[in-house]
Design a protein around this ligand. Structure first.
Ligand SMILES: [Zn+2]
Length: 315
């Protein structure tokens, strides 16, 4: 029996996962990050203790896996200073959880964990070389080889969202670089591109579907496109072309067995995936790219729980 815990900026979600991969208990509560480290970290320990107690009715607890916002050190389980977790400075999370629950604990960053979750339990089950990307507010990625996260020398590898596809791009990324795929094709970037071009497309339904400019999301654009909206279709096409250029480079570099795409933007579905699959072989030297499956993630909203469970299971 293992505990998988997903620490997000707004909610904590945890579950108990049996050796035959059943999620038997699931708990969720607000992270209360803005109330400071004592409250938010206290909430993490309380939820873990509750799950450990529940584990007793199902069997023995063997370990705890945690997916948390980076930057963090996956080897030591220390969380450095995530922007969305005020006061979390050099938190020795794995060590403290291990001490409290008397079982091994491993901590992984959320995108790596989600990628491992998809490789062990989800869309990439049975594949050994996996490239995973969550296309959401930002773009997080994970590189998984044989059910293990590729960490690089310092634990900082797999930041595919900050691979630049345009060195002269007018768009500066949050990381300080320019033309990062995250700054061009994440959900917030698609929404920004929509806002910038609405005036050229007065017929577009995007704004009326969203309500206000600030409420435009990738989901609004998907709905507008389904209704035949020209601007929405164009935005999806551009997004697919950019993701295709990026993933083509990934295929040239890694020659993965499978590419899994999750997150809100991936819910645009076939209109996006079809175009990406068409673009990738054009954007790589790899002649086998046409056979590389590019598929939607399967674990949905509980990907963080499954990912965290995979982290401790694959140790
Ligand atoms: Zn960047």
């Amino acid at each position: 029996m293992i505990i998988g815990l997903d620490i997000g900026g707004t909610k904590l979600a945890g579950g108990l996962i049996t050796p035959d991969a059943q999620l038997v208990e699931r708990r969720e509560r607000p992270t209360r990050a803005r109330e400071g480290v004592d409250v938010s970290l206290g909430g993490v320990y309380a939820l873990l203790e509750e799950l450990a107690e529940a584990a007793k009715t199902h069997g023995t607890l063997d370990g705890v896996g945690i997916c948390a916002p980076g930057p963090l050190d996956p080897k030591t389980g220390v969380i450095f200073n995530p922007t969305n977790m005020p006061g979390w400075v050099n938190i020795r999370l794995a060590e403290e959880v291990s001490r409290r629950l008397q079982v091994p604990c491993l901590v992984e960053n959320d995108a790596n964990g989600a990628g491992l979750g998809e490789a062990v339990f989800g869309a990439a089950r049975g594949f050994s070389r996996v490239f995973y990307a969550t296309l959401s507010t930002g773009i997080g990625t994970g590189i998984i080889f044989d059910e293990r996260v590729y960490h690089g020398k310092n634990g900082a590898a797999g930041e595919g969202g900050h691979v630049s596809i345009d060195y002269r791009s007018p768009v500066r990324c949050n990381c300080g670089s320019i033309g990062c795929i995250e700054a061009l094709a994440s959900g917030s970037s698609i929404a920004r591109r929509a806002r910038e071009r609405l005036s050229e497309y007065p017929q577009s339904k995007i704004l009326s579907l969203a309500g206000t400019l600030e409420q435009i999301t990738a989901e609004t654009i998907a709905r507008a496109a389904a209704g035949g909206d020209t601007l929405a279709a164009l935005l999806i096409e551009e997004t697919a072309e950019m993701l295709g250029a990026w993933l083509g480079s990934v295929v040239s570099l890694l020659d993965p067995d499978i590419i899994v795409l999750g997150g809100g933007v991936s819910r645009i579905g076939e209109p996006l995936f079809g175009r990406i699959r068409e673009a990738v072989p054009r954007r790589t030297i790899n002649p086998f790219a046409v056979n590389t499956p590019i598929v939607p993630a399967q674990l949905g909203k509980d990907v963080g729980i499954w990912g965290a469970a995979a982290v401790i299971r694959s140790r």
